[in-house]
Ligand binder design. Structure first.
Ligand code: HEC
Ligand code: HEC
Ligand code: HEC
Ligand code: HEC
Ligand code: HEC
Ligand code: HEC
Ligand code: HEC
Ligand code: HEC
Length: 417
C-alpha cells in the first residue's frame, strides 16, 4: 500500500479533517450555511461588477474561470473572451451563419459552444436533433466535423429552457416563477436571469445588502459538495451516474466523486472555487494527486509526451486517472480514436480509480443501460481501459497500438513495474 502524506501538510485546507489512521484521513464537509447567509435579509442581485472594488483579487481570477463565460451576449461579432492558456477560446459561428444570426453563446471558452438564435432557440441539427456545437480547441476529442452538422444544412431549434440556462446564469428564474417574463422578450427563452454566466452571487447569494454594509451583512460561504452539485449533478439527491450513448453524461462530477475512492472529499479540497482548473491549473488545483499520493510513480510514463497532429499532452496522473469519459457536446471519431474500441469524450471523469478488468464501459451498466451499476458501497469499479489506455495507444498518434486485450494484460500492477 502506497503511503499518503499527512493531511496537515496540505497546501491549503478548509473544512475539518478526520484522521483515524494515516490512510484513513478524509476531509469532511463543513456544515453548510443557510442559503443566503444568516442576516442577508431582503437582498437583490447587483452583479459581479459591484464586487470588484472590494474583492479585486478574487474578481480578477474569477474573470478567467469558465464560470464567468458560461453564457455570453453576442452583439454582431465574435465574443471577446479573456486570453486563454489552453485552447483558443473563440468558437466560430455554425457554417452558413454569421454572428449577427446569434443572440447568445453558451460556453465556448473552455471546450465547446452552443448557439442561441435571435428568437431564443438553441440551434440543433434538423436530422439528428443534436445541439450544434463548436469546439474551442482544448481537447483531442474534436472529430472531423467540429460541428456536428454538415455545412449548409438547415438548422432547427429547441427552446432555451430554464432547465438549461439555470446552470449557466446567475439569478435565473423560470417563466412560470417570474410572472411570465422572457429575457429580452425572445420567444424561445424560458425565463430570465439577473446576470449571464456563473458569477459571485450564484454561489454566495444576492449581494445588495452586503455591498452597502459589508461588515454587518454576511454572505453565504458554502464549501460543501452540495453547493457545487446544484450545477455539477444531473439530479441533486440521487447518486446515480447516467450514461448517454456510451459516455458518462456531462455535469455529473458530484455523483462521480461520490462513487470514487475520494467520496468523502469536498470539491474545494482540490479546486479553488475562484480560479479556473482548466486555464490556470497551477493555482486552480490546490491539492494535486501527488500532494497526498506522495510515493506514486508515473506508471511507466515518466516524461512521456503524447502527440497526435496538433494535439500535444505532457503526461501526468490525470492523463490516465481522469480521461475524457464524459461527453457534453463532442466526441472523437475514428480519425482520432483509430476505430478499434477507443472512446474519447470532452469532459474529464472524476471516478479516479481504473478498472483493469472490464475492458469497456458497457460492461458496467445497469440492465437498461441508462446508468452505471454501483457496488453495495455505492462505488464504481473504476473507469475502463477503452477510455484510459486506448485513448492514446491507437496508432493515430505517437503511441503504439494496444487492443482491449493487450491493454488488459499490461495495465494491472502498472505502477509496480
Ligand atoms: C463556484 C462558486 C463560487 C463563485 C462563482 C464565487 N465564489 Fe467566493 N467562495 C466560494 C467558496 C466555496 C468559498 C469558500 C472558501 C474556499 O473554498 O476558497 C468562497 C469564499 C469567498 C470569500 C471569503 C474567503 C476568501 O477566499 O477570501 C470571498 C470574499 C468570496 N468568496 C468572494 C467572491 C467574489 C467577489 C466572487 C466573484 C468575483 C466569488 N466569490 C465567486 C464559492 C464561489
Ligand atoms: C464596499 C466593499 C465591499 C463590496 C462592494 C463587497 N464586499 Fe464582500 N466583503 C467586504 C468586507 C470588508 C468583507 C469582510 C471580510 C473580509 O475582509 O474579506 C467581505 C466579505 C465577503 C465574503 C465572505 C463572507 C462574509 O460575508 O463575511 C463574501 C463571500 C463576500 N464578501 C462576497 C461579496 C460579493 C459576492 C460581493 C458583490 C456582490 C461583495 N462581496 C461586495 C467588502 C465588500
Ligand atoms: C450556478 C451553477 C454552477 C455552480 C453553483 C457551480 N458551477 Fe462549476 N460550472 C458551471 C458551468 C455552467 C460550467 C461550464 C462553464 C464553461 O466552461 O462555459 C462550470 C465549470 C466548472 C469548472 C471547469 C471550468 C474551469 O474554468 O475550470 C470547474 C473546475 C468548476 N465548474 C468547479 C465548480 C466548483 C468547485 C463549484 C462549487 C464550489 C462549482 N463549480 C459550482 C456551473 C456551476
Ligand atoms: C445541471 C446544470 C447544467 C445544465 C442543466 C446544463 N448545463 Fe451546460 N454545463 C454544466 C457544467 C457543470 C458544465 C461544465 C462541465 C461538464 O460539462 O460536465 C457545462 C458545460 C457546457 C458547455 C461547454 C462549455 C465550455 O465552455 O466548454 C456547453 C456548450 C453547455 N454546457 C451547454 C448547455 C446547454 C445548451 C444546456 C441546456 C440544453 C445545458 N448546458 C444545461 C452544467 C449544466
Ligand atoms: C481529488 C481532487 C479533485 C476533486 C475532489 C474534485 N476535482 Fe474536479 N478536477 C480535478 C483535477 C485534477 C481536474 C483536471 C484539471 C486539468 O484539466 O488538468 C479537475 C477538473 C474538473 C472540471 C473540468 C473537467 C473538464 O474536463 O472539462 C470540472 C468541471 C470539475 N473538475 C468539477 C469538480 C466538482 C464539481 C467537484 C466536486 C463534486 C470536483 N471537481 C472534485 C480534481 C478534483
Ligand atoms: C487530499 C488528498 C488526496 C488527493 C489530492 C488525491 N487523493 Fe487519491 N486518495 C486519497 C485517499 C485518502 C484515498 C483513499 C485511500 C484508501 O482508501 O486506501 C485515495 C484513493 C485513491 C485511489 C484508490 C486507491 C486504491 O488503492 O484503490 C486512487 C486510484 C487515487 N486516489 C488516485 C488519485 C488521483 C489520480 C489523484 C489526482 C487527480 C488523487 N488521487 C488525489 C487522497 C487523495
Ligand atoms: C499510464 C497510465 C497511468 C498513469 C500515468 C498513472 N497511473 Fe495510477 N494507475 C494506473 C492503472 C492502470 C492503475 C490500476 C492498477 C491495478 O489495478 O492493478 C493505477 C492505480 C493507481 C492507484 C491505486 C494503487 C495502485 O498502485 O494500484 C493509485 C493510488 C494511483 N494509480 C495513483 C497515481 C498517481 C498519483 C499518478 C501520478 C503520479 C498515477 N497514478 C499515474 C495507471 C496510471
Ligand atoms: C495520454 C496518452 C497515453 C495514455 C493515456 C497511455 N499511454 Fe502508454 N504511452 C504513451 C506514450 C506517448 C508512450 C511512449 C511511446 C513510445 O515511446 O513509443 C507510451 C508508452 C507506453 C509503454 C512503454 C513504456 C516503456 O517502458 O517505455 C507501455 C507499456 C504503455 N505505454 C502502456 C500503457 C497502458 C497499459 C496504458 C493505460 C493504463 C497507457 N499506456 C496509457 C501515451 C499514453
Amino acid at each position: 500500500m502506497r503511503s499518503l502524506r499527512f493531511l496537515n501538510r496540505f497546501k491549503s485546507c478548509l473544512g475539518a479533517f478526520v484522521c483515524a489512521t494515516l490512510i484513513g484521513c478524509v476531509p469532511i464537509d463543513s456544515t453548510p450555511d443557510p442559503p443566503g447567509g444568516g442576516n442577508n435579509t431582503d437582498p437583490g442581485y447587483v452583479g459581479s461588477a459591484a464586487c470588484l472594488a472590494c474583492h479585486p483579487g478574487l474578481s480578477e481570477s474569477h474573470r478567467h474561470h469558465g464560470h464567468a463565460q458560461a453564457l455570453t451576449a453576442i452583439s454582431g461579432k465574435s465574443p471577446e473572451f479573456p486570453e486563454t492558456m489552453v485552447g483558443d477560446g473563440t468558437p466560430d459561428p455554425p457554417p452558413g451563419l454569421q454572428w449577427t444570426d446569434i443572440s447568445w453563446l453558451v460556453g465556448g471558452y473552455s471546450t465547446s459552444a452552443n448557439f442561441i438564435d435571435n428568437d431564443g432557440f438553441i440551434l440543433t441539427d434538423e436530422d439528428s436533433g443534436q445541439r450544434v456545437a463548436s469546439s474551442a480547441g482544448r481537447i483531442q476529442a474534436v472529430n472531423s466535423t467540429g460541428f456536428n452538422v454538415a455545412a449548409g444544412s438547415d438548422f432547427g431549434g429547441t427552446p432555451f429552457a430554464y432547465d438549461c440556462f439555470r446552470c449557466h446564469a446567475t439569478g435565473a428564474e423560470s417563466f412560470d416563477d417570474n410572472g411570465g417574463r422572457r429575457q429580452e422578450n425572445r420567444a424561445g427563452i424560458g425565463g430570465t436571469w439577473a446576470e449571464p454566466g456563473v458569477h459571485c452571487e450564484a454561489c454566495h447569494g444576492p449581494g445588495s445588502a452586503h455591498v452597502g454594509s459589508p461588515q454587518t451583512v454576511v454572505l453565504n460561504v458554502d464549501s460543501s459538495v452540495s453547493a457545487c452539485a446544484e450545477c455539477h449533478a444531473r439530479d441533486v439527491g440521487s447518486d446515480a451516474i447516467e450514461v448517454i450513448d456510451g459516455f458518462i453524461a456531462a455535469y455529473q462530477q458530484a455523483s462521480e466523486l461520490k462513487a470514487s475512492p475520494h467520496s468523502n472529499f469536498g470539491c474545494t479540497v482540490c479546486h479553488d472555487p475562484h480560479v479556473s482548473s482548466i486555464q490556470d491549473r497551477e493555482r486552480g488545483i490546490r491539492n494535486g494527486c501527488t500532494t497526498c499520493h506522495v510515493d506514486s510513480n508515473m506508471a511507466r510514463h515518466m516524461d512521456k509526451v503524447y502527440v497526435q497532429g496538433d494535439y500535444v499532452e505532457f503526461m501526468n496522473c490525470e492523463s490516465c486517472h481522469m480521461p475524457f469519459a464524459s461527453r457534453n457536446n463532442l466526441s472523437a471519431d475514428a480519425s482520432v480514436t483509430g476505430g478499434f474500441g477507443a472512446k474519447i469524450g470532452d469532459v474529464r471523469t472524476h471516478v479516479f480509480k481504473i478498472d483493469v478488468e472490464s475492458g469497456h464501459l458497457d460492461a458496467l451498466l445497469t440492465q437498461d443501460g441508462s446508468r452505471i451499476a454501483l457496488d453495495e458501497n455505492g462505488r464504481m469499479s473504476g473507469i475502463t481501459l477503452d477510455f484510459v489506455c486506448l485513448r492514446c495507444h491507437n496508432d493515430q498518434g505517437n503511441a503504439f497500438r494496444l487492443t482491449d486485450e493487450s491493454a488488459g494484460g499490461v495495465a494491472p500492477g502498472i505502477h509496480d513495474f
